[in-house]
Design a binder for this molecule. Sequence first.
Ligand SMILES: [Zn+2]
Length: 292
Amino acid sequence: MSDTLMKALAFDNQVRVFVITATDTIEEARRRHDTWHTATAALGRTLVATALLSANLKGEDTLSVEVKGNGPIGSIHADGSPNGYIRGFVGNPHLALELNEAGKLDVSGAVGLPGTLSVRKHIHGGEPFSGQVALISGELGEDFTYYMAVSEQTPSAIGLSVLINPDESVKAAGGFMIQMLPDATEETIVAVENQLASLGRFSDLIDLGLTPEELLSKLVGEDNYKILAQNDIQFNCHCSHEYYGEQLTRIQAEDLTAMIEEDHGAEIICHYCNEKYHYSEEELVAILASKA
Ligand SMILES: [Zn+2]
């Protein structure tokens, strides 16, 4: 089954819910960047959050997330778009910290406080939006919840989960975002809180391999929701040989000449997806000529 983002309303349209299953997507990120378990968890949680935040974008809008703490992972970058394409990378992919006191992957140790969580939205044909908050935990679920409350004034509950197999592959990944709509009653808010409190650990539900609708049902209660839409989620970078060839035209002529004469070609590695692109000496000569 492919990864899915499901959008729904619950509690008589007073609550908006987004649920994501992202096991294949996060495994693809791990495979591309060769991340080790703590880095996989931190990157995976950030990618799931980015997909959740991107769910409300439209058309050609895009969104970028940066998590920057002072821990050993360095900074974490992720991009999302409303078609479900997400991509991202971390400063240090080869990070395998010991489990924390709770026996969990030590994401907050990897991220490190103090730090910031920044979100930039590029609205097609409109003003860009950006918001930034201080990291409050480094575990990322709480940090994205705090971001939504402070920067977007939308009270939300966000859960992010990535489980890793002993062989480092991704066992399961997913997440949810629950938002109170403006007309949510006090009774509904309490009901949602009770529902979440009785949920147990979301990672256990992800581990069971539940479908998005089964997760939705666990989150807000059976027959208490209306599914609005769903779309596929995948790790997808829009880079290409042509794209980076275009970037090469912006390099100074003397640097291009050095690549031609000394290296007889160039290799570019895309930060976001780790794809390698090779440019031959002949291609570089043509690029240099096009600058003249
Ligand atoms: Zn790429």
